[in-house]
Design a protein around this ligand. Structure first.
Ligand SMILES: O=C(O)CCC(=O)C(=O)O
Length: 265
């Protein structure tokens, strides 16, 4: 399975500029015949949270514009798109959610996942409401899970996500800062080892208007915990070819799911 992770410097508040950047990268991606493409967290307007309420464009607010863009990119590339995330307001929620859509190669939405753990350090809890549901879906016949950035620090949540469909791939989309890049790498490897799943993690790079530098270092880790591909701090694609069945092999070798003592915890 060929996977492309797009690492780029999201421009705060500049939806059209971010869409144009991705449009250009998608043209390159089409030539790679990808199976899956992954975008970073909040790629639409970055962490422009204090201005969310100013946007009057209903299409954008209810996520329709993002869904249409993802559909266009899916049709152009023939790939599943794990669509990073965007801030949106659904008619049945009180405030904005940090929401990931996954679309299939036909551009149909196969997952809507709202970030469950809001990151206080960036005041997400002040501007957004938290999700309640796990992020499970399938890519072809392979079971997958998805989480967003800070969710990575909650192993209980990731375990529940993996248990829900015996997920063999966990997608993580993020805006993870450079100052905690060691946590990023360590937590990603830990989640891969303890869940015996591929971890496919796409982070943004570059600096935000408030001076925060983001880590980049998008990476793919196999179910044994080995980093099989890793980007540095530069912008662009990270391409990797994986066999999701490796998760099944590792689970046979050390059967942690069969050996869990659920009666004790
Ligand atoms: O947990 C962290 O260190 C970073 C989390 C974060 O930046 C986020 O959830 O947006």
């Amino acid at each position: 399975m060929k996977i492309g992770l797009l690492q780029f410097s999201v421009c705060r508040g500049e939806l059209e500029k971010n869409e144009t950047i991705i449009d250009a990268y998608m043209k390159e991606a089409g030539e790679m015949a990808p199976d899956v493409i992954v975008l970073p967290e909040m790629w639409t307007r970055g962490y422009d949270l204090e201005n969310l309420h100013l946007h009057k464009d209903l299409e954008e607010l209810n996520g329709e514009r993002t869904a249409q863009k993802l559909k266009k990119w899916a049709l152009e590339t023939g790939a599943y798109i794990v669509g990073g995330s965007t801030a949106l307001r659904k008619s049945n929620t009180k405030g904005f959610t940090n929401t990931m859509y996954v679309v299939n190669p036909q551009g149909e939405k196969i997952l809507t996942y709202d970030k469950v753990h809001l990151f206080r350090l960036m005041q997400e809890d002040r501007y957004m409401v938290a999700g309640q549901e796990k992020g499970n879906f399938y890519i072809k016949e392979w079971p997958c899970g998805a989480i967003i950035c800070y969710d990575l620090r909650f192993p209980e949540w990731v375990r529940q996500t993996i248990l829900a469909n015996q997920g063999q791939m966990l997608f993580v989309v993020a805006q993870w800062p450079q100052v905690r890049v060691a946590h990023w790498r360590t937590l990603l490897q830990a989640r891969a080892i303890e869940n015996q799943a591929y971890v496919i993690a796409c982070n943004r790079n570059g600096a935000d208007d408030d001076g925060t530098i983001f880590a980049g270092h998008s990476m793919v880790i196999d179910p044994w915990g080995e980093i099989v591909a890793q980007k540095g701090e530069d912008e662009g694609w990270l391409w990797v070819d994986i066999d999701p069945n490796k998760a099944v092999e590792v689970r046979k070798k050390i059967p942690i799911f069969a050996d869990r003592r659920v009666e004790l915890y």
